[in-house]
Design a protein. Structure first.
Lengths: 237, 1126
């Protein structure tokens, strides 16, 4: 496999949890390659392991076996400071809950990841640009409690991108939004992928959103199964 | 965006939580700072008071006997002290009793200070004044207690301090002779703080003092120009030790008279006599006299005289001699023995002079009876006789014609006739013949008979104090040829001074200021004491802060999770929260330091009023040292940091996903293994409880067993509660009820619930255990000899020595008791004790004792026994241990608490102090008494006591066994007859209560401060519980949506939280009641139910109010909106 900047490669990811009835496998050898600038959606029933897969890709969780390689770096092998650096610089998260810090304004929330990354030079301008791009610059000085759900989620996206991450992982980003706000969020994500060459993986229940994102996969019995045939054409294997 | 900004923003956003955290830490800091300040204040107040009482005095010489007052000015002008000693002031300090002329109220233990004008200059700011004649200045303590003021008159009784040892034939005993009653006019009342509180010992309490002119006082007791104390003022207060220089300068300035001696030239006999002002020379003085004679190249000889009441010839009955001097003499020159007599005098022999032999028609070989009086302790005299054989008749010339063998004795030696004698012993004039009177007129005290030194020693030894006071009346030193008695007298006197040790004779300077300041450190570190007492407050404050901080951390788990997801390191996330906590801790400390000073002010106000028994004085003021503030602040910060560390430590172990998914530090899951452990622990606790209580029932002291059993029961209760909460999670409710839901909710937050139960149960347990230790001996059984009273009902301590035996009817008669008074003494048994001067070693004395007071246990007391004494080896009569051991350390007993806490010693340990002569004395504790009336002093056998404290001849400490119900009447009679001697009579119950009063005051303080802590802790716990309830607002909103009323939710919350509080209090109470059951059953127990009730009611009221208030807040908020999202 050639080393392509921004390429994400998942190989035979498995994940099992120990429970009262013994070990339960959630992921049973999920493999995936995502080229830079791609958007893809992962759908599946509740408990199928969508979020787990996303957390493993983003290094929040460790697989039982298999590997995740981003930019040629095996993410699953990272520990300690290198892991923190990876999270700070290479990947951005957007959760169903916005998890904005209530004590910070929108722009301050966006700037939060610049602290561990140490990218303070020009950070303020970058944050403003991102907020403008997300359409919430006018709310930059508002606190989360003063913002709508859509505004909070857009701010959360801006926060995820402030350090220039080339991989954005979104876990049910529209789950707490109304239909219109949800739709706008999907539009925003697809634009981002196109304009900023960011790979985006979105976990969602919403098939419509999945369809709009271009490529869709379904997690079935712990395996990723393509939803349509255009996957190959879009560079997803 | 920076971490610092994030920290500040977070602090501002979570200000409510922060405010409570600051409050908690401020309380903890305030308590630590306050406790240290209380310690500083008590110590500082004692030091202030003690140094104010001393004025500028740095050293003092407190002599055993009077010396010439001019010694002070001689010393002041000594060249070696120039530039070091500014002035030396002579004083006279006597013990006495004061009486109001108008109210006749009598005060014992009064210090009578004879002062010169220079005395006042020792006290900065004291406007000196001149006291003349009967003018007196009294301190405000005496004025207040006696109810007198300026213009009033008082009577003060002081001992005349007779020189002749009490117990000898020649000692005056009647109060008319020994007591000087001074009528004084009060011209000034002095403040107790400063000169009015003047005292030279380490006592922290205020003496009742009167000040009179020293010259006048000395004149009144027949010791003109004398003093018994010297105090010095340094030129500069540099703290330099000038005692060695003073001591060195003192000796050459002392006269022989200052050592209680005199050198009398005896021209007819061509010798000089070394005599004692107190009639008898002690062993050291005899040796010094012989040594000085040797150094002068002169021969010395011992002499002793006694008075025979009757001498008769048993071989020629009918003739007798009355009141004749008998002498034992080591001859300096050959005795003129008539032919036929023996020049050697054996122990069974006697020589008569020609006058006596003629009157008795005696011939060598006749049996001679020599009768003499032996004084008894009750004041009566016993007739004693010696049967001797006449070995020779001496001509009344040379050494046999020496009237100066008898030291001058007031009332006898200068009398013109026997009829004019005024002796302390009875004289039967009917025995005196005309021949006797003629002899007296012609030859005065010239001995009529001579016995051997051993025989004479035997006569003296038969008297009560002769055994200890010596028996030699003079050491005669022969001038020899070519030397006049005047020359010898001068040289011998000079050499004698060199041979004597000023220290041995009690002329010893002590660095009094340094000793008093050292004593001020006290035996109790009040800082530590209050820290311990305020333990609950510190724990509550810190606990409240830590719990809220931890809740805050939990609440912000997701926030931490997202920070981790954003690339923050685990340590950075913890650091952000830790920094917030640290800033809060700093704020808490900043607020806590002034609060601590406020807290200390409150405690000191309490010590001056409600808890005065703990310090025994109102002279306690706030003293703040920077050191204490810094140390307090540091520890406050440390407590805060530890609390913060505890609150974030779990966070460090938790990964981002767990945090994002709603992490809680206090989990509820329980493994099977843990369940098994619980059952095992429960069984172990129960078995321990039952075992300890059962085994203690057979022992003599079930207290420890029951306390341990109660504590084990408490532990069992807590383990049981844990199991109950686990079970509550497993029981399936067929139909949920509010109570069931409350229980399930408590079970779901098992750790928090257990924490609440454990804290309140422990608090209740400790509160009851402490309150149960309150004692009141008012109903104590005086009949029990193994109790702290030893079976005695009354204790009397006299300011002045009682010269007659208080234990015998005759002695009491001599003391002035009437026949009616005597009736009160039917069935009363009195045990008398000699008592040394010294410091009170009990908890009543805040200052550290320098010279413990010692009382002498006589044979009567040893045989009687009594008291609960712990010894190293079992003994049928532990009191005999006081006589054991011929080693260097003197065996002593002491009260267990006093020995351990005040002297910092213990059973089997050696305690070193100084004797009356300033020499080191090692004492070994061979027995410890438990909660006894002897808490203020140490007990030593009388024989050893007399070796260490020579000069203490008459008892001042008395214990009375009194038939039941007659204590008050006996006490009344004692006070009426001996009040003027400064006799202070207390029931032994009162004595015990005065000691236990200190403990009770400490317990009361602990309950008050601890109670506050428990209440604060309760508020904290409720805050934690309700904070946890706030987290469940979604749950409550759901319940509302399902048709529950707000009232139901409110009820459920109250049931859950109040239930936990009540359960905790009940568990602690029940276990504590078991633990203290033996205490409660004791006769002396006086459970402080009031304090317990106040604490419990306070806890429950605070708990209920907090629960209800907070529950209504939680249940009354806009719950439905919660469902729509915040």
């Amino acid at each position: 496999m050639t080393l392509t900047p921004g390429r994400l490669v998942l190989s035979e990811i498995t994940k099992a949890y120990d429970g009262p009835q013994g070990s339960t496998a959630i992921l049973r050898g999920a493999s995936l390659t995502v080229e830079p600038g791609s958007t893809l959606a992962v759908v599946g029933p509740s408990g199928s392991g969508k979020s787990t897969l996303l957390h493993i890709i983003g290094s929040l969780d460790k697989p039982t076996s298999g590997s995740v390689v981003l930019n040629g770096v095996e993410v699953t092998a990272l520990e300690g400071n290198r892991l923190a650096d990876f999270r700070a610089n290479d990947v951005g998260f957007v959760f169903q809950e916005h998890y904005l810090l209530p004590q910070l304004t929108a722009i301050e929330n966006v700037l939060l990841p610049t602290i561990p990354a140490g990218r303070t030079a020009g950070a303020n301008e970058r944050a403003r640009d991102l907020l403008e791009e997300m359409g919430v610059l006018h709310r930059s000085e508002a606190f989360p409690a003063q913002m709508s759900g859509g505004e909070r989620q857009r701010t959360a996206v801006a926060r995820a991108l402030i350090n220039g991450a080339k991989l954005l992982l979104c876990d049910e980003p529209t789950g707490n939004l109304d239909r219109e706000a949800g739709s706008n969020m999907i539009s925003l994500l697809t634009c981002l992928a196109e304009e900023q060459d960011v790979s985006i993986i979105v976990v969602t229940h919403n098939l419509e959103h999945a369809t709009r994102l271009g490529t869709g996969f379904e997690l079935l019995d712990g395996h990723l199964v393509a939803l349509n045939a255009c996957a190959e054409a879009d560079g997803i294997q | 965006m920076t971490l610092f900004r994030l920290v500040i923003r977070s602090l501002c956003y979570y200000w409510r939580t922060g405010a409570v955290v600051v409050f908690g830490l401020a309380v903890a800091t305030a308590v630590i700072v306050g406790s240290l300040v209380v310690g500083d204040s008590v110590k500082g107040s004692i030091t202030d008071t003690a140094t104010a009482r001393l004025g500028r005095i740095d050293n003092a010489l407190i002599a055993r006997r009077f010396f010439h007052a001019e010694l002070a000015s001689d010393l002041q002008h000594a060249a070696s002290l120039a530039g070091k000693v500014k002035q030396v002031v002579p004083l006279t300090i006597l013990r006495g009793a004061a009486e109001s002329v108008t109210t006749e109220a009598v005060l014992p233990k009064v210090a009578v200070n004879g002062v010169d004008d220079s005395f006042w200059t020792l006290f900065p700011g004291c406007l000196g004044f001149h006291l003349t004649g009967r003018e007196t200045a009294v301190n405000s303590s005496l004025a207040r207690e006696l109810g007198v003021g300026v213009g009033d008159s008082i009577l003060v009784n002081v001992d005349k301090e007779g020189a002749v040892p009490s117990g000898t034939l020649f000692a005056h005993k009647s109060s008319e002779e020994t007591l000087s009653s001074l009528r004084l006019d009060v011209v000034r009342v002095l403040d107790d703080h400063g000169v009015g509180g003047f005292r030279l010992d380490a006592g922290a309490d205020t003496l009742r003092s009167v000040f009179v002119s020293r010259e006048w006082l000395m004149s009144e007791i027949g010791k003109d120009g004398m003093a018994n104390v010297l105090v010095t003022e340094p030129v500069r207060d540099t703290g330099e030790d000038t005692v060695p220089e003073l001591q060195a300068a003192l000796k050459p300035l002392c006269t022989i008279g200052d050592f209680g001696l005199k050198v009398v030239p005896n021209v007819p006999q061509n010798c000089v006599s070394l005599e004692s002002i107190g009639m008898l020379l002690d062993g050291r003085q005899v040796i010094a006299g012989e040594d000085a004679a040797r150094k002068c190249g002169a021969r010395s000889a011992l002499t002793s005289v006694y008075l025979a009441t009757k001498i008769q010839n048993l071989d020629h009955p009918g003739a007798s001699l009355a009141y004749s001097v008998v002498a034992a003499v080591q001859p300096l020159a050959p005795f003129p023995i008539r032919p036929g007599g023996s020049s050697l005098l054996d122990n069974g022999g006697i020589w008569l002079n020609t006058w006596a032999a003629e009157d008795l028609k005696a011939r060598v070989g006749d049996r001679i009876e020599l009768a003499y009086l032996v004084p008894r302790p009750d004041g009566a005299y016993r007739d004693a006789e010696l049967h001797l054989t006449l070995r020779g008749i001496v001509d009344m010339v040379g050494p046999a014609n020496d009237r100066n063998l008898v030291p001058a004795f007031e009332g006898i030696t200068q009398a013109e006739s026997i009829d004019d004698w005024n002796p302390p012993f009875p004289v039967d004039l009917s025995l005196v013949t005309e021949r006797d009177e003629t002899y007296w007129k012609l030859h005065k005290t010239t001995p009529k008979a001579f016995v051997s030194l051993n025989t004479m020693r035997g006569i003296w030894m038969s008297t009560s104090s002769g055994r200890h006071a010596g028996w030699v009346t003079s050491v005669r030193v022969a001038a020899g040829s070519g030397r006049t008695t005047t020359v010898l007298s001068k040289r011998f006197g000079h050499t004698l001074i060199q041979s004597l040790s000023a220290e041995d004779e009690g002329m010893l300077f002590r660095p009094i200021r340094r000793q008093v300041i050292a004593s001020s450190a006290g035996t109790t570190d009040f800082g530590q004491l209050f820290m311990a007492m305020s333990f609950f407050l510190v724990v509550s404050g810190a606990g409240l802060a830590a719990m809220l901080m931890r809740l805050s951390v939990e609440q912000r788990g997701a926030e931490s999770g997202v920070m981790l997801a954003c690339g923050f390191r685990q340590a950075s996330v913890s650091l952000v929260i830790f920094c917030q906590g640290t800033l809060l801790a700093i704020l808490g400390v900043v607020a806590g330091v002034p609060l601590g000073v406020l807290y200390a002010s409150g405690v000191i106000a309490g010590l001056r009023t409600r808890w005065i028994d703990a310090v025994g004085t109102t002279s306690v003021w706030l003293h703040i040292s920077t050191e204490s503030l810094v140390i307090g602040a540091f520890f406050g910060l440390l407590v805060g940091m530890i609390s913060m560390w505890w609150s974030v430590r779990q966070l460090r172990k938790t990964n981002a996903l767990r945090l994002l998914s709603g992490w809680r530090a206090l989990g509820v899951l329980i493994s099977k293994k843990a369940d098994g452990r619980n059952k095992l622990a429960l069984a172990a606790c129960m078995l321990t409880a039952v075992g300890m209580m059962a085994s203690s029932l057979s022992g003599s002291s079930p207290q420890m067993g029951f306390f341990g059993g109660g504590a084990a029961l408490l532990a069992a209760g807590l383990v049981g509660s844990n199991m109950l909460l686990i079970r509550a999670m497993q029981i399936r409710m067929s139909l949920p009820t509010l109570g069931g839901m409350a229980l399930r909710s408590a079970a779901a937050n098992r750790s928090r619930s257990l924490l609440v139960i454990a804290l309140l149960a422990s608090a209740a347990f400790i509160t009851i255990a402490v309150a149960a230790n309150t004692r009141d001996y008012s109903r104590t059984d005086y009949g029990r000899r193994d109790s702290g009273t030893g079976g005695f009902a009354l204790r009397a301590v006299s300011a002045l020595p009682i010269h007659y035996d208080l234990g015998s009817p005759k002695g009491r008669e001599n003391l002035g008791f009437s026949r009616d008074d005597e009736k009160a003494f039917e069935g009363v048994r009195v045990v008398s004790f000699l008592m040394s001067p010294g410091d009170d070693i009990s908890c009543l004395n805040l200052a550290k004792p320098q010279y413990p007071r010692v009382i002498a246990v006589n044979r009567q007391m040893m045989e009687r026994g009594g008291f609960d004494i712990t010894t190293m080896k079992p003994s049928p009569n532990p009191w005999t241990l006081l006589q054991a051991g011929a080693g260097r350390a003197i065996p002593v007993f002491g009260d267990s608490s006093s020995v351990v806490w005040n002297l910092h010693s213990g059973l089997g340990k050696t305690y070193n102090t100084l004797g009356a002569d300033g020499k080191p004395v090692a004492m070994r504790f061979v027995g410890l008494l438990s909660q006894s009336i002897f808490a203020s002093e140490l007990l030593m056998s009388e024989d050893r006591f007399r070796q260490v404290f020579s000069g203490v001849d008459d008892p001042r400490y008395f214990l009375f066994e009194v038939p039941n119900g007659r204590e008050q009447s006996v006490a009344l009679v004692l006070r009426r007859n001996l009040g003027r001697m400064g006799l202070e009579v207390k029931t032994t119950a009162e004595v015990l209560n005065s000691y236990i009063g200190v403990q009770n005051a400490y317990l009361s303080m602990f309950l008050a401060i601890g109670g506050l802590g428990v209440m604060l802790g309760t508020v904290g716990l409720v805050a934690v519980l309700l904070r946890s309830a706030l987290e469940r607002r979604r749950e409550f909103a759901l319940m509302l949506a399902q048709g529950f009323s707000r009232k139901s939710i409110f009820k459920m919350l109250v049931i859950e939280n109040v239930g936990l509080l009540v359960f905790g209090v009940l568990l602690g109470t029940l276990s504590a009641l078991v633990a203290v059951a033996p205490e409660l059953a004791g006769a002396d127990s006086q459970m402080n139910w009031g304090a317990v009730a106040a604490v419990f009611v306070g806890v429950l009221v605070v708990g209920f109010a907090s629960c209800i208030g907070a529950a209504s807040k939680v249940a009354g908020g806009p719950l439905i909106e919660v469902l729509r999202g915040e």
